[in-house]
Write a protein of this length. Structure first.
Length: 200
């Protein structure tokens, strides 16, 4: 099983309610559409998740029949101890990033999720773990990470880029049409300017 590593570099306490909106969860795919790049982290510490320069680094997480029970036991143990809810918070964060098989496929493609069996449903595996998890969102281990992702997600610039890419650059023909329209507009402006200059 993966190492849970040291938790000495705990992120500052804070709220992560926005990222955990049950009605509108922000999944891996939703972040990808806004330009976030997912990368497998080199750290052996599961909790060492970093977001810098549009790149979200997540250490490799193994999905398989041998990983569910140990993680579930740690989740339950934390709820009856004063050692912190690090695994609970981790599972809850993972649950929000994975809401469908497409999210799992994305994380598998980027090497973040490693499936030890083709018969394992990664989505159900993660959702089953989260059934036992409990988190105090006012004392959430990944609060700073969530806030950074929230700021990125709410950015008008990133929203505009995502909308432009989805509506105008989603196919090669759409790109060609857009470029042609821009060229036509420039030619029209040049022609208009030339006419004004010649009249003057």
């Amino acid at each position: 099983m993966e190492s849970v590593g040291s938790t000495e570099q705990k992120q500052t306490n804070g709220s992560c309610h926005t990222s955990f909106d049950i009605e509108n969860p922000r999944t891996s795919l939703s972040y990808i559409k806004l330009g976030v790049k997912f990368k497998v982290g080199s750290s052996k510490n599961l909790f060492d998740i970093q977001f810098n320069n549009d790149i979200l680094e997540i250490p490799r997480f193994i999905v398989g029949p041998l990983s569910e029970l140990p993680i579930r036991n740690i989740v339950v143990f934390e709820q009856y101890s004063d050692s912190g809810h690090y695994m609970n918070d981790y599972v809850m964060l993972l649950r929000r990033l994975v809401n469908s098989p497409k999210d799992v496929d994305l994380l598998v493609k980027n090497g973040i999720i490693e499936k030890r069996s083709d018969f394992i449903d990664g989505t159900n595996h993660i959702h089953n773990l989260s059934r036992y998890a409990r988190s105090n969102l006012n004392n959430f281990y990944f609060a700073n990470l969530c806030e950074d992702l929230n700021v990125y997600y709410r950015s008008s610039w990133h929203q505009w880029k995502a909308n432009l890419k989805q509506n105008y650059f989603n196919t090669p023909w759409a790109i060609i049409s857009f470029v042609a329209a821009v060229v036509l507009l420039l030619l029209t402006l040049i022609q208009t300017a030339s006419s004004v200059i010649s009249i003057a």
